[in-house]
Design a protein around this ligand. Structure first.
Ligand SMILES: [Zn+2]
Length: 210
């Protein structure tokens, strides 16, 4: 069964696209951010380690991320397709992903790279907010309550600080792009512009993957 892998920098709108793809193809999602938050709640040595790294804003070591992904893959519903959001994030993780997917019979993979300029990403991040409950990202800061779950909307400190935003964009170019290039060389990447409105981007993705 084919697996979709969605990558793009913060502000590319890939989270929105993941939701649309999930709905259209009835996919199940593995998202590293979610795995990290869940593992961080666990009362275990690994759980505490993950929590500490996560709240410090650092990135987890590759082997820990691999373990979280492998645990998530073991719980997949065999009857539904898979979309992976936010992984792989380094060249090492990219090299590992094929093996992990092979273990659960989920190859081939197709990577969708949602590309936006740093200027567009920066502009979007400076406007957005996030739900404190379900973690849905909202494109504007006008709402105080989440339309999905009713929790409070927050503006994350790292979305208001241009230096922090630039740091994340630089991290994407330095760490994540090599992972994308690794799969691009194998002819497994479709690249779409994420700078249009979400529906247009979605149509472009659908055309590219079908
Ligand atoms: Zn919510």
């Amino acid at each position: 069964m084919k697996t979709l892998v969605l990558l793009g920098p913060a502000g590319s709108g890939k989270g929105t696209q993941a939701e649309k793809l999930i709905e259209k193809f009835h996919l199940q999602k593995v998202e590293t951010g979610e795995l990290v938050r869940e593992k961080g709640k666990e009362d275990s040595e690994l759980g505490r380690f993950v929590h500490t790294i996560n709240i410090s804003g650092k990135h987890l070591p590759d082997d820990v991320v691999t373990q979280l992904i492998r645990e998530a893959f073991a719980k997949l519903d065999a009857s539904r397709g898979l979309i992976i959001d936010g992984y792989p994030r380094t060249l090492v993780q990219a090299q590992t992903l094929g093996m992990l997917l092979k273990e659960v019979h989920r190859l081939p993979l197709q990577m969708v790279y949602v590309r936006v300029s740093d200027a567009v990403a920066r502009e979007r991040l400076l406007k957005r907010a996030v739900c404190s409950g379900c973690k849905t990202i909202l494109a504007s800061r006008d709402l105080t309550v989440c339309p999905k779950c009713g929790s409070k909307i927050e503006v994350r400190a790292y979305d208001t600080d241009v230096a922090a935003i630039n740091k994340r964009l630089t991290w994407f170019h330095e760490k994540v792009m090599p992972a994308i290039e690794y799969y691009r060389k194998k002819g497994m990447v479709v690249e779409v512009s994420g700078e249009s409105d979400p529906d247009t981007v979605f149509q472009t993705i659908i055309k590219a993957i079908e």
